[in-house]
Design a protein around this ligand. Structure first.
Ligand code: ADP
Ligand code: ASP
Ligand code: MG
Length: 407
């Protein structure tokens, strides 16, 4: 078999952990497989580099950030190749450029356009283990280094597995698979044997960082066989698969939370056609991704308040733009609230069963948690609440929908 194995930050977090990775790679090779390994930066390294940059510049240029951040993955790729070689197995490490990972020019959130992968194929054909620095690519024209967004090594692995037509893409991390909730928050969370691409996509985009959202999108689109496992033991992981009938019987399969949220409110905008259009055109034009939107009309019907959420990491930029647009629209004021979070319940069973939303609202109410905003889709319900209640809400919902492991 041809297997792509991806090891996250904790899994290559120390020399000891890198040796353990090399052992696992060696075992996989000895079992008769060809192996391409994708590695993240050592844990904490990407944040450390971001910290260094922010000490030197208020809003560092994204092109320079990409060159800086890509170094973390290069270090772990080279070290991993060295550790594999030390076990008597031929191995070569490759940067994004050497791997032929071509992206668009959107620095810090680039999209992979194609993977030529010539050198990787050659290395694999010669019987060597190819170790690829995750999270990075280069632009076609200038060859500038780009990165794929936080958690982007998952995408490198999935895209590479697709390009190489690998038989399996294994994502090794610090938990044993995909759980019904973040196991670090909910000790009772249960590991799922399998989860559908659609559910995983919602779970990831609603905060379960165990897989990067775009990697799941890619895996779904190209049908990449994907499994999430622990690099710390040999427990069976979670397979990400096409939906089957059995899955629809389960009402809710997971609870997630996302603390990277803030809410902007424009108070007193004139209630007439075209206002929301103007506002959100400018917000989108600035590259801000809006999630939930709520509009309230004043009692006299002449003015409206419009609230919307954006990632908290974009708060400052969002406030600036919203203030500007508010001025143009003749609105009264702009309010920013940052201490909020979003909790969500996800399940394909919601397509065929009703009543999940009301149970969610009742559960939050019983715990004295106020709901500020709500949004739903076919297979999820999300509520924005005060950030300080996040863990309480996740645990309460986990219990309400009977997700805990069998005693
Ligand atoms: P890596 O560095 O290996 O990429 P991440 O930190 O990105 O690892 O992702 C693994 C983490 O995802 C876990 O430690 C866990 O806290 C978190 N997580 C959040 N939600 C879930 C979930 N539903 N199932 C498993 N892990 C989850
Ligand atoms: N090192 C990058 C990050 O921390 C990419 C990754 O780990 O997948 O976001
Ligand atoms: Mg990750």
């Amino acid at each position: 078999m041809l297997i792509v194995q991806k090891y996250g930050g904790t899994s290559v977090g120390s020399l000891e952990r890198i040796r353990a990775v090399a052992e696992r790679v060696a075992e996989t090779v000895r079992a008769g497989n060809r192996v391409a390994v994708v590695v993240s930066a050592m844990s904490g390294e990407t944040d450390r580099l971001i910290g260094l940059a922010s000490q030197l510049g208020k809003s560092p240029d994204e092109r320079e950030m990409d060159l800086l951040l890509s170094s973390g993955e290069r270090v772990s790729a080279a070290l991993t190749a060295i550790a594999v070689q030390d076990l008597g197995i031929r191995s070569m490490s490759f940067t994004g450029r050497q791997s032929g990972i071509i992206t668009d020019t959107a620095h810090t959130r680039a999209k992979i356009e194609k993977i030529t992968g010539e050198r990787i194929r050659k290395a694999l054909e010669s019987g060597a283990v190819a170790v690829i620095a995750g999270f990075q690519g280069v632009t076609e024209g200038t060859g500038d280094v780009t990165t794929l967004g936080r958690g982007g090594s998952d995408l490198t692995a999935v895209a590479l597995a697709s390009a190489l037509k690998a038989d399996l893409c294994e994502i090794y991390t610090d938990v044993e698979g995909v759980y019904t909730a973040d196991p670090n928050i909910v000790p009772e969370a249960r590991k799922m044997e399998k989860v559908s691409y659609d559910e995983m996509l919602e779970l990831a985009s609603l905060g379960a960082k165990v897989l990067q959202t775009r990697s799941v999108e890619f895996a779904k689109k190209y049908n990449v066989p994907l499994v999430v496992k622990s690099s710390f033991n040999n427990a069976a992981g979670t397979f990400i698969v096409q939906e089957d009938e059995e899955m629809e019987k389960v009402l809710v399969s997971g609870v997630t939370y996302d603390k990277n949220q803030s809410r902007l409110t424009i108070l007193g905008v004139p209630d007439k056609p075209g206002i929301a259009g103007k506002l959100f055109t400018q917000i989108a034009g600035a590259g801000l991704v809006v999630d939930m939107i709520v509009q309230n009309i004043s009692p006299d019907g002449k003015a409206a308040d419009i609230s919307f959420t954006i990632p908290r990491t974009d708060s400052r930029k969002g406030l600036e733009i919203t203030r500007k647009v508010a001025g143009e629209l003749g609105a009264k004021n702009v309010d920013l609230k940052e201490d909020i979070s979003k909790v969500s319940v996800v399940g394909v069973g919601m397509r065929t069963h009703s009543g999940v939303a009301s149970r969610m609202f009742d559960t939050l109410a019983r715990h004295g948690i106020n709901i500020m905003m709500i949004s739903t889709s076919e297979i999820k319900v999300s509520c924005v609440i005060e950030a300080k209640y996040t863990e309480l809400a996740v645990r309460a919902l986990h219990e309400e929908f009977n997700l805990e492991k069998a005693a």
